[in-house]
Design a protein around this ligand. Structure first.
Ligand code: PRP
Length: 183
């Protein structure tokens, strides 16, 4: 593992902060339409979704309340361990609420599948899933997300909340990490 700094470690920028902001505006408009007259409960899946969540919510023009949960399945690696751990749950009553789960990325789909199954037992009115990045993994039976910002190829991306070994989350753009940093 060779961690230096973003300038040396990022192979190329996949999405600039301007592109991300523009896509957040579009998604915010779509979700505003969807929840017109409703008060969705927006759930941020920490830690990766932190920046996307706050930007997206500010692009939505409706009443809402927010909560933050934390799930983890990568534990410093580049591949899902296959076991999702809920590190922090929500204590807001989801009964009869429109729940919106906001993620930074869907890859194996295990995290969202786990969260949707768990929240469904709490009898919400609906569950909507939103992710900024949807990794094209070519698995037809993978969990299908309702809204996504960008489809991306199978590359290891960091920045705008996404990390490798907890580094790079604070980059304002999304970039592809050089293989030498994690191989
Ligand atoms: C990442 C990401 C998603 C999940 C997606 O979380 O934030 O929650 O993996 O991958 P999947 O579709 O294969 O389940 P991670 O476990 O790295 O925790 P973090 O958000 O704290 O970085």
């Amino acid at each position: 593992m060779l961690i230096r700094n973003a300038e040396q470690d990022v192979k190329y920028v996949m999405f600039t902060r301007e592109q991300i902001a523009a896509r957040c505006r579009e998604l915010g408009k779509e979700l505003t339409e969807k929840f017109r007259g409703e008060t969705p409960l927006m759930i941020c899946v920490l830690r990766g979704a932190a920046f996307f969540f706050t930007d997206l919510c500010r692009e939505m023009d409706c009443l809402m309340d927010m909560d933050f949960i934390a799930a983890s399945s990568y534990f410093k690696g580049t591949k899902s361990t296959g076991t999702v751990r809920l590190v922090k749950d929500s204590n807001i009553d989801m009964g009869k609420r429109h729940v919106v789960i906001v993620e930074d990325i869907i890859d194996s789909g295990l995290t969202l599948e786990y969260l949707v199954k768990l929240f469904a037992t709490r009898e919400p009115k609906s569950i909507t899933t939103v992710t900024l990045l949807d990794k094209d993994v070519n698995k037809p039976d993978r969990f299908r997300v309702d809204y996504y910002g960008f489809k991306i190829p199978d590359e290891f991306v960091v920045g705008y909340g996404l990390d490798y070994a907890d580094y790079y989350r604070n980059l304002p753009y999304i970039g592809v990490l050089k293989e030498e940093c994690y191989k």
